[in-house]
Unconditional design. Structure first.
Length: 120
């Protein structure tokens, strides 16, 4: 059903009024090479979001969380999913992650020697 606008144009012509207007241009090979080499995503100079593996020294690496931080987060996730309905699969995955963390922590521990407890 076509409805007429106040000036007599139909919706279709109103919506398509700027279809012929070019809003962007195709990038040339030189533009693409320049954007990649300079670390920009657009030839107009807008900065691109860089990956974590960039060699830029201004980006400091994010410190890894400690095992106790990860254990606390997994405990919180387990509490959350245990209160949700139909979250059995998610809760099972959390338990698998907790088991993997426990195994990882136990591999990193060294067994103490009995001589460590005696002073000479």
């Amino acid at each position: 059903m076509r409805t007429e606008l106040q000036n007599g144009d139909c919706e279709k012509s109103y919506v398509s009024v700027d279809d012929g207007v070019e809003t962007s241009e195709p990038l040339t090979d030189a533009d693409i090479i320049d954007a990649v080499c300079s670390g920009r995503s657009e030839p107009d100079g807008r900065a691109d979001v860089t990956d974590d593996d960039s060699d830029d020294p201004s980006h400091e690496p994010v410190p890894l969380p400690s095992a106790s931080d990860v254990a606390s987060a997994l405990d919180m996730a387990a509490r959350y999913f245990s209160s949700e309905e139909n979250a059995d699969a998610a809760l099972e995955l959390v338990h698998k992650l907790q088991a993997a963390l426990t195994e990882s922590r136990s591999r990193k521990r060294l067994q103490a020697r009995i001589t460590d407890y005696f002073q000479r």
